[in-house]
Design a protein around this ligand. Structure first.
Ligand code: GLP
Length: 251
């Protein structure tokens, strides 16, 4: 795993932006795996600004999102589909038909998972963007999710409900279940770019880099990917910056 330490959040998203822009400009047909949450918001802002100022085009780009709350339709302002349109898709020239995400309002969850597995299998992702859950989740693959899993419905961990409750005002309003891309599918991306910012991610970052590869900390699987870049800011890296190099097993 390659680790890049940025000075702060702005520097982190700038570095991530350069990698994503490089992927799109070197291949106009690039397939991007995208993430939601707080961390990539300013990255998407940079992509929008760059599109407007420099004309970087997404006309032929395809995107696949990681996850969606079960029960929320795409027009619900708290859905990840809505988040993606608001923060990125409505502000660049991407064809909405080329943006894929699980349908949170699907009638039949099994069929929805199968549908997403099929579209995912049709397009190899050039890069997969990831955030890091404070409990080590990637997408909504909570601790003890199988490393060979595909798209499935997951019951969200209590800590995840708490972490994401800021979006819903009250933890009791956070949907208890979600669709998520499986770890096997995340690992199938040619390149992975994982971002973590802030002191509250410092323990998870340390575990990601120094811990054992185990399903009890799903992000640890990334140690096995052949082209994974982790970008952290100094706050998120505060528990690894003092470690002797031999303890940083994954670097
Ligand atoms: C959320 C989402 C993930 C996201 C991660 C980190 O629960 N399901 O897709 O990457 O947790 O979120 P944040 O960037 O807000 O810390």
């Amino acid at each position: 795993m390659k680790v890049i330490i940025a000075s702060d959040y702005d520097d982190l998203v700038q570095k991530a932006f350069e990698i994503v822009k490089g992927t799109v400009t070197s291949n106009p047909h690039a397939v991007l795996g995208l993430a939601t949450g707080q961390t990539p918001i300013a990255l998407y802002r940079l992509m929008v600004e760059d599109h407007k100022r420099c004309g970087t085009s997404y006309k032929k780009v395809r995107t696949f999102n990681l996850d969606e709350y079960k029960g929320l339709s795409a027009d619900n302002p708290q859905s990840y589909a809505y988040y993606m349109r608001k923060n990125l898709f409505d502000r660049i020239d991407i064809d909405p038909n080329n943006t894929y995400i699980e349908n949170g309002a699907a009638e039949d969850a099994d069929s929805e998972c199968k549908r997403y597995n099929i579209v995912l299998s049709e397009f190899a992702r050039d890069i997969q963007l990831l955030g890091l859950g404070s409990n080590g989740h990637i997408a909504f693959n909570e601790p003890h999710s199988p490393f060979d899993g595909e798209t499935h419905v997951v019951k969200l961990a209590e800590s995840t409900l708490q972490d994401n409750s800021y979006l819903f005002g009250d933890v009791r309003r956070v949907p208890t279940h979600a669709y998520t891309m499986g770890i096997k599918q995340i690992m199938a991306a040619k390149r992975i770019l994982i971002l973590a910012s802030g002191q509250h991610k410092a323990d998870a970052v340390r575990e990601l880099i120094c811990g054992n590869v185990t399903e009890s900390f799903p992000a640890s699987v990334l140690q096995l990917h052949t082209d994974c870049t982790l970008i952290i800011d100094e706050a998120a890296g505060s528990k690894i910056l003092t470690l002797p190099p031999h303890e940083i097993s994954a670097i």
